[in-house]
Write a protein that binds this ligand. Structure first.
Ligand code: DUC
Ligand code: ZN
Ligand code: ZN
Length: 473
């Protein structure tokens, strides 16, 4: 007798990065096992007729339960963060295991592994953050960790406790080259920011809105160019994260015309927020939208849209960095309204990333549904060595799927599932929201959240597959 499948989604309009096709999707043991119309019976059947179905989102840049200093704490751990991800259609998250100066990278991985253990509702992997590239880190720890599936690392060019100087960056890039890992660069010029910050504060300008003035496009443009030059010197691909506007985009375009392998990521805040969201007066309200690089203006938003459409950007991530506005642990550390340079950097966005881009990008006629899938799922999976297990609707891939419901949906923080007390997008009217999310075949969202704590597995990443590899001789 033929065994029924665990689950079949019937008559889906499946969208991948390359194709759109009508199909049933049969799922067994958390994987897609058959595609085609008229598939056999299942223990559970769901009708997706008339609905678009995309691969679950891969959010390749988010911060969960990162260790912070002083009274400040991230609002989301691996439980609430992955809950929020699932309810917004994201089925894989890649947060960071951040090295602390004076400590080993291995210790960071172990600490974050423990922080995530048994909590996640969807699958997760880790990028490393290298803050102290000692000989032991460069020669022993990084190579060993890459071999164990931690194949990407972030390098900060700003923040006193994180930044590397150019020589250190070259050292880390050389390791990436040798082992095929992917380096992600946070490109802002630290000295310029510090100089501008001192001047602004000396003039009594301490409100949140001055955050944007302390980090103008110039500081991002310069660091983007420098990152590209350093990567050129080492001859290694890099990915520039959270690109905010025209001047940084131009540097990346230039690099591409030189034949350099420079990839780029952008985020919802550079499409939907502007510097005005940090405030137009001295009020503290705008601390909610303080993130780095800061949101720019409408003209820069247009540039980001154009370059999502024309393929300059490879990845669209949330850069979810969750801090509560009220209380003592978030945007008001110790309950104080602090000067802009002491406001914790980051905004929430795990749950809203996909709906924002699907609604305003796909249904708004700016990008195709295939491009949406490529940017939010397939390319991040390829960039971080998770493809084809993640990022596609294909036989053998994990059954990570989103069924879309088109129709008016107003974003309300009270309906979101993160642990942050606001969303920057409160009241925004969207044209769609996920009706259903499957994470390795488990229903985690169908208008209600269905907890699967511990279902999420730690993924070991392979090497990125964004570029063709030379044939094996
Ligand atoms: N950079 C990030 O990538 N995330 C949050 C804050 C920051 O500066
Ligand atoms: Zn960053
Ligand atoms: Zn980030």
């Amino acid at each position: 007798m033929v065994q029924p499948f665990d689950l079949v989604l019937r008559n889906a309009r499946a969208v991948t990065a390359s194709d759109t096709f009508l199909t049933d999707i049969a799922i067994q043991d958390g994987r897609i096992v058959q595609l085609g119309l008229g598939l056999g019976v299942a223990r559970r059947e769901l009708d997706a007729a008339g609905r678009t179905v995309t691969p679950g989102g891969v959010d390749a840049h988010c911060h969960l339960d990162e260790i912070t200093s002083g009274p400040v704490r991230m609002a989301d751990d691996f439980d609430s963060g992955t809950r929020s991800a699932a309810c917004g259609g994201t089925t894989t998250v890649i947060p960071f295991a951040a090295q602390r100066r004076g400590h080993s990278l291995r210790a960071a991985v172990e600490a974050y592994r423990q922080r995530a253990e048994g909590l996640a509702h969807v699958d997760y992997a880790f990028h490393l953050i290298v803050t102290d590239p000692t000989p032991a880190v460069l020669e022993e720890e990084l190579p060993a960790l890459i071999a164990e599936g931690f194949t990407s690392f972030k390098i900060y060019m700003t923040y006193d406790d994180m930044k590397l100087d150019d020589g250190q960056i070259l050292d880390v890039l050389a390791v990436a080259r040798r082992h095929g890992a992917l380096a992600m660069l946070h490109a802002e010029n630290a000295d310029c920011i510090q100089w501008l910050t001192r001047r602004l504060l000396a003039q009594g300008h301490s409100a949140p809105r001055y955050h944007a003035q302390a980090r103008p496009m110039l500081v991002e443009r310069e660091a983007t160019h420098r990152a590209i030059a350093l990567a050129e010197l080492v001859d290694v691909p890099i990915l520039i994260v959270h690109v905010s506007g025209r001047e940084a985009v131009e540097q990346i375009q230039w690099a591409r015309t030189q034949g350099l392998q420079v990839f780029a990521e952008t985020c919802p805040q550079y499409l939907f927020l502007t510097a005005e969201d940090l405030g137009i007066d001295e009020s503290y309200h705008g601390a909610r939208c303080v993130c780095s690089p800061p949101p720019r203006d409408r003209a820069n938003q247009d540039v980001i849209w154009q370059n999502l459409r024309n393929g300059l950007f490879t990845v669209f991530s949330s850069d979810h960095a969750p801090f509560r506005f009220d209380g003592t642990e978030g945007k008001q550390p110790g309950g104080q309204q602090v000067s802009f340079d002491h406001i914790p950097n980051g905004i929430p966005g795990l749950e809203t990333r996909l709906p924002l881009l699907y609604s305003e990008g796909v249904l708004g006629g700016r990008i195709s549904a295939n491009q949406f899938v490529e940017l939010t799922s397939t390319n991040p999976a390829k960039a971080y060595g998770l493809h084809p297990r993640k990022g596609s609707i294909a036989i053998g891939s994990d059954a990570d799927l989103v069924v879309w419901q088109e129709g008016r949906h107003v974003i309300r923080n009270q309906a979101l599932h993160h642990n942050v007390d606001y969303t920057p997008y409160e009241g925004m009217e969207l044209k769609a929201w996920p009706a259903l999310t499957l994470a390795r075949g488990a229903i985690v969202w169908d208008g209600q959240f269905h907890p699967q704590r511990g279902h999420g597995q730690l993924l070991r990443c392979g090497l990125h597959s964004l570029l063709p590899r030379p044939p094996v001789p």
